[in-house]
Design a protein around this ligand. Sequence first.
Ligand SMILES: [Zn+2]
Length: 391
Amino acid sequence: MKSKRKKYLIISVIILVLVVSMVLLGLYLDQRHKDELYEAMKINFVEERDIEYGSALKTEELVLSHEGGALSFDKELDPFTLGGQDITFTLEKEGVKRSFVLNVAVADTKGPVIALKSDQLELDNGADFDALANVESVSDPVDGKLEPYPDNKVSEAAGYYYESDVDVNKAGTYEVKIHAFDKNQNETSSTYQVIVKAKVIPSTGPSINYGASGGYGSLGPEDVTSPTYINGILLVNKTHPLPVNYGNGLDNTALNAFYALQAGAKEAGFNIPIISGFRSYSLQKDLYNRYVARDGQALADTYSARPGHSEHQTGLALDVGALDNNYGNTNAGKWLNANCAQYGFILRYPKGKEHITGYQYEPWHIRYVGKDVAVAIMGSGLTLEEYLGAA
Ligand SMILES: [Zn+2]
């Protein structure tokens, strides 16, 4: 009996050892599986950790790829708080979790946005000029709406100032630069052009007095329904108006011809900019009324057309170079006079023909008529009126 009990005991111990071994083995294998899952979890983050203030980047977009489990994160990226942010990304699979902490920094590296009312301003000679009046608004994504610096002097604060060499008493083309800074000293700038027109001086040639009629005929723009063509050439002057609604911009042929002229001038070493092109009836009306208010109608009629009578409404006329009575004496003005016909243009209001054209000498006003007619007119010294037999 004694040996039988001993046998049972031995078998029990063996079974116990086996069971314990199995359990331990199971635990070991389970742990190894978990370790493998953990090790297999990987996240590949974006390289750029500097986030622009106000960025639309989504939190999940910080992760380029991930493997080994389902992705979650503890908080959203906040692009509206400057400075560092820790976001914890977690992968999970079968109860195994692995966390990765990503540190990103929200920074303000963008300067303010400058909105201008216009890219180009035209000023009458001697007019008042406020360089900041052309600024519509300046705003920064972080600092909000900015104000100009007092006395145009830059300080540590956010704000903007201007740089300008505009001389309202000297005809020419100028540039005004607006500089803006946000609190983090990010700078942006924006530029616009200012054209100061020449002082309009009454012609030094034979003085013309057109009387109360201003030299105008009896027909006004309201009286005509079609423009006047003679031998296929459009004629607009004080006796031949255009209908009120005529015209809608520069003529393409004329504009391309002018570009060719400009290229020719450049080759000869001259820069001949366009100063004024198409002017609608209503724009001409505004201009003329302003001149009348300033100089009186009699003088205004010698240099500015009444609405409906401006050649600029045809889309075939351009003011180029400089609105300066002396432009014809400059090398560029001389080149224009000598070469414009080759490109299809005439100087429409020559010196000494004021009594025929009705306007004082304008060395800057050219009119497209096509090369053949232009060469004939410029070669003969006739005005357009004389050439067309309509003087
Ligand atoms: Zn003109």
